[in-house]
Design a protein around this ligand. Structure first.
Ligand code: ADP
Length: 406
């Protein structure tokens, strides 16, 4: 188990002339976890998160970062804020400079990076959030989702270990919200600990490793999402609602049917539970195949040529850069969220799909499909697709990941 990165020990806090906002909270968060702080308005989520990078000093109790109590002198806070990045709910309050470049450069410049280091950090962060080419744009002319990504890039430019997001999907449309959740997932895959606050149970249920339910400044429950959101009494008390997948699973279970022990986190897993309960076979035909292409190693012409030869294969993109690349090259994407599971569902119906993604995420696709195959005793073929110099070559997992196909 990885080590603890953030810890709260019996934290209390009262706002000046306000009520006791935090009342004896303790918990710990491990490196690499995806944590959701969930609770109704006024539960204390924002107050608590502002303590993670020292913006609020508890009245009593101790916040620890990397097992060391947080110190509140200027130098210690500056060090802490480099390691714990905070993305505010409203990007208009976070974005301060007249251009995207200047805004993202603000953090690294303040940390004393050289001009060249600043440029490198800004370019890498904008690329990461899919905003390459936006450098000179005035942020107030961007869409809500784009502004949010500028704010995220500004924090990423300091390369923090922990990223804290206050209601990251507030005010975004469903597709914008999914893009942000996908980005948070990608950041986590890249090794960051990600902590978010939210009311959006449906989005957070399949995403979080653990959920911390807050109510009136206290921790009500802290557990894996199926437990944290699986107790109807607690969910009602917190003014939340149960994720639809959990509710459905519960209803099927009440009919006394056999179900897998693991509660479903996606439609694919729900379909598996239904197949098990009703004794139906998951795959009636020869399964379709799933291909993976690395967007960092393909050219537009090769993908276009492959597309022309395979017009019926669905294309999905996983990760911000893959989506941005597909949009720039004019490819219609059928899936942009929960992509692997959706492609598995398609394969079960005998249909084929291609997943565009970045190098860091390729292994994840192979692992997920292979795990699904093993657990269900079926054999959805999964392979890599190398698209360059006008040709397409299919490669198995090892060849694809080691580059031995060349
Ligand atoms: P949440 O993020 O879960 O909505 P908050 O942390 O914003 O909750 O608020 C927790 C409690 O603290 C609420 O009762 C809220 O009214 C109070 N509060 C928040 N900010 C202030 C403030 N600046 N001054 C006084 N009270 C505040």
């Amino acid at each position: 188990m990885s080590s603890i990165i953030l810890e709260a020990r019996d934290i209390w806090y009262r706002y000046p002339r306000g009520m006791e906002a935090i009342q004896g909270i303790s918990f710990h968060i491990r490196k690499g976890e995806k944590i959701a702080l969930v609770g109704p308005n006024g539960a204390g989520k924002s107050t608590l998160m502002l303590m993670f990078n020292g913006m609020i000093h508890p009245d009593s109790g101790t916040m620890l970062f990397d097992n060391v109590p947080i110190r509140y002198d200027k130098a210690s806070l500056q060090m802490l804020r480099k390691r714990v990045g905070f993305v505010l709910q409203n990007p208009d309050r976070q974005i301060i400079a007249p251009t995207v470049y200047q805004d993202v450069a603000f953090g690294p410049t303040n940390l004393g990076y050289s001009e060249q280091e600043v440029r490198k950090a800004v370019e890498a962060s904008l690329r990461y959030v899919g905003l390459e080419g936006f450098e000179r744009r005035p942020p107030h002319h961007l869409s809500g989702g784009e502004k949010k990504r500028v704010a995220i890039a500004g924090v990423l430019a300091m390369d923090p270990d922990v990223l804290v997001f206050d209601e990251p999907t507030a005010g975004l449309d469903p597709s914008g919200s999914e893009d942000i959740m996908d980005l948070l997932d990608e950041l986590n895959q890249g090794g960051k600990t990600v902590i978010i606050s939210t009311h959006d149970i449906e989005l957070v249920y399949p995403w979080a490793d653990r959920a911390i339910l807050l109510l009136k400044g206290k921790v009500l429950q802290e557990d894996i999402p199926e437990v944290a959101f699986g107790n109807p009494g607690l969910v009602r008390k917190s003014r939340l609602s149960m994720p639809t997948l959990l509710e459905l699973y519960g209803e099927i279970a009440k009919r006394g049917l056999a179900l897998p022990d693991r509660k479903p986190h996606s439609v694919l897993e729900m379909m598996n539970a239904i197949d098990m309960a009703f004794n139906t076979r998951p795959c009636h035909t020869e399964p379709g195949y799933i291909m993976v292409a690395d967007v960092d190693a393909l050219d537009r012409e090769s993908l276009a040529a492959w597309r022309a030869e395979n017009p019926n294969t669905a294309i999905g993109a996983m990760g911000t850069r893959a989506k941005e690349r597909a949009a720039r090259d004019g490819f219609h994407l059928e899936y942009t969220y929960g992509v692997i599971d959706k492609c598995i569902l398609k394969a079960l119906l005998g249909e084929d799909s291609l997943i565009l993604t970045t190098t860091a995420m390729v292994r994840r696709v192979f692992d997920r499909v292979e795990r699904f195959n093993q657990e269900n005793g079926i054999a959805i073929p999964v392979s890599g697709l190398i698209l360059s110099s006008g040709t397409s070559i299919t490669a198995d997992v090892t060849e694809f990941l080691t580059g031995d196909h060349e």
